[in-house]
Design a protein around this ligand. Structure first.
Ligand code: GTP
Ligand code: MG
Length: 316
């Protein structure tokens, strides 16, 4: 390992906030050296508890994350927050209350907040989030909270990398459990019904229970349901408790290990796909894709042979 890289790794692991920010930017932007950095950091990862929180826009994710972060700080655990959402208060377009909360956090070196600015570029958001999380993990954060809006496949991919996934629902808003993407419901280890001060929290709870009665999880865990009023800090301790219970559950019978193997199986496929695609693109060169597309559109070429040809060329 060269001397510069060595010193970057040491600064990141020592918890230096500027080194951490720089390392994250390098990884996020695929700046020169990004993959060497990740290779060198990886051996130092695997200790952080990665908790993913997902839910509809405005469900109260940031407010919950904020309270959880405070609670963990009281327990003297260090926290990293990754907000994967352009509309998140953490991106700076914050309403006043959020901004004040953020400043409070910024004065505490035990909390590091990062929002993911880019969407869909450089191999996808899920991949970028995973890589940023790797850097945070290597920096020795005890807990990493990932906030993401639960709307699409990207989000499902993102929460998949979490050790614990929390799905946040709210009463009303027309989002009955049935209408929520099945994919999102299936990944929940814990359900939170936030805004329980609003009417209809019981109904959401009944709907989740009904759904759970229809399909049991393979691992036998029944995701608990926690009602919260995040804006008042209500239910946060209960949430932290069920998180700890699920952690304890995972520690038994090698479940954590199995979960990790499963996650890596998926992530390796994604990483391979990215790498292969990058290679094929390089092989193709600029402009050729448009030329090939035109040829296929005009039926001068069949796309099946073309793809086979490009794939075999780029595998050399
Ligand atoms: N009444 C009520 N309001 C809440 C509760 N939790 C959060 N809010 C408010 O709901 C609004 C949205 O909260 P956020 O925490 O920003 O929600 P979010 O899910 O992070 O939103 P996005 O990141 O934009 O998707 C804020 O005005 C909060 O103060 C709650 O339990 N009850
Ligand atoms: Mg938010």
């Amino acid at each position: 390992m060269n001397h510069d890289l060595q010193s970057v790794i040491e600064s990141v692991r020592a918890g230096d906030a500027r080194a951490l920010a720089r390392a994250i930017s390098t990884v996020e932007n695929h700046a020169p050296g990004w993959s060497d950095l990740l290779k060198a950091l990886f051996p130092h990862t695997g200790k952080a508890r990665i908790i993913g929180l997902t839910g509809a826009p405005g469900a109260g994710k940031s407010t919950l994350v904020d309270h959880l972060a405070r609670l963990y700080r009281k327990e003297k655990r260090t926290v990293g927050i990754v907000a994967v959402d352009p509309t998140s208060p953490y991106t700076g377009g914050a309403i006043l209350g959020d901004r004040i909360r953020m400043q409070e956090h910024f004065s505490d070196p035990g909390i590091y907040i990062r929002s993911m600015a880019t969407r869909g570029s450089l191999g996808g958001l899920a991949r970028a989030t995973a890589d940023v999380t790797t850097v945070l993990d290597a920096s020795g954060r005890d807990v990493i909270l990932i906030e993401t809006v639960g709307v699409g496949q990207d989000e499902v991919d993102i929460v998949r990398l979490a050790y614990i996934t929390i799905v946040i629902l709210v009463p009303g808003m027309g989002d009955d459990v049935q209408t929520i993407k099945a994919g999102i419901m299936e990944i929940a280890d814990i359900f939170v019904i936030n805004k329980s001060d609003h009417e209809g929290a019981e109904r959401v709870e009944r709907e989740i229970r009904a759904m759970q009665a229809l399909s049991a999880r393979h691992d036998g865990w029944t995701p608990p349901i926690v009602k919260t009023v995040a804006s008042e800090g209500q239910g946060i301790e209960q949430l932290a408790l069920v998180i700890a219970e699920y952690e304890a559950y995972l520690e038994k019978e090698n479940r954590a290990q199995k979960k990790s193997v499963n996650n890596w199986q998926q992530r390796l496929v994604e990483m391979l796909r990215d790498a292969m695609l990058e290679k094929a693109r390089a092989q193709l060169g600029d402009g050729n894709l448009a030329r090939f597309a035109a040829e296929v559109a005009e039926h001068k070429r069949d796309p099946y042979s073309l793809v086979e040809e490009i794939a075999s060329r780029s595998s050399d």
